[in-house]
Design a protein around this ligand. Structure first.
Ligand code: BEZ
Length: 211
């Protein structure tokens, strides 16, 4: 069965381009994004890996560790890094798991045989410091992912973990947020001193807390 939101992220040991890891230990007290690539030396994956490397300062700011996965072996991953640097301007600055036996791919439901029997689809898992799955997204092999969106979701998750708020459609850092319906107006007055705009009794918008 596939992993669902709130499930414990399965632990595993794996070989990576930065040495062997035990996944939970490697995450430590950080957030993690684990994302699969169908295979090495493919065009879409090349653009994605360069972009994730470019986003490293953004991940660091949010205490997020990135880790890729492809079913090709380590020497292939290492050879590919030079192409990624040459074409995208950034070489991978995070580990990439070599998973030729598809142990991690099967553990995380990255193999979708009706789509492709041999190679993984493009999955993304956001995992929190308690090692719970907080986001899963699955893309077809032919569609490059939007890693800006993944950062946006992490911003929302970190904010909504800290405050009793939710984030509206297309929300971005700095924009108004929603006071969750479980919070009474009385409680909201104490928690949100900047006040709120009530469009409906269940739709109360308040400035993003902590800014
Ligand atoms: C790619 O990464 O470019 C790719 C991988 C598998 C199928 C199609 C495209």
């Amino acid at each position: 069965m596939s992993l669902r939101l709130g499930d414990a992220a399965p632990d595993f040991i794996a070989e990576t381009t930065e040495g062997p890891i035990r996944f939970h230990e490697w995450i430590g007290d950080r957030w993690a994004i684990l994302f699969s690539h169908p295979r090495d030396f493919t065009p879409v994956c090349t653009t994605e890996l360069g972009y994730v490397a470019r986003l490293k300062p953004e991940f660091d700011k949010r205490n997020v560790a990135a880790i890729g996965l492809s079913i090709d072996p380590l020497d292939s991953h290492r050879g590919w890094a030079a192409d990624i640097k040459e074409t995208q301007g950034y070489a991978p600055n995070f580990p990439i798991i070599a998973d030729p036996e598809r142990k991690v791919a099967n553990l995380y439901g990255m193999m979708h045989p009706a789509h492709d029997e041999v190679y993984t689809v493009r999955t993304v898992f956001v995992i929190d410091p308690k090692k719970k799955v907080r986001l899963t997204i699955t893309y077809p092999q032919t569609t490059g992912r939007n890693f800006d969106e993944i950062l946006r979701v992490i911003d929302s998750l970190q904010l909504t973990d800290a405050h009793k708020v939710a984030t509206p459609v297309n929300w971005k850092q700095g924009e108004d947020v929603i006071i969750v319906p479980a919070v009474s107006d009385e409680e909201a007055r104490a928690k949100f001193p900047k006040g709120w705009r009530a469009l409906k009794s269940y739709l109360r918008l308040t400035p993003q807390p902590g800014r």
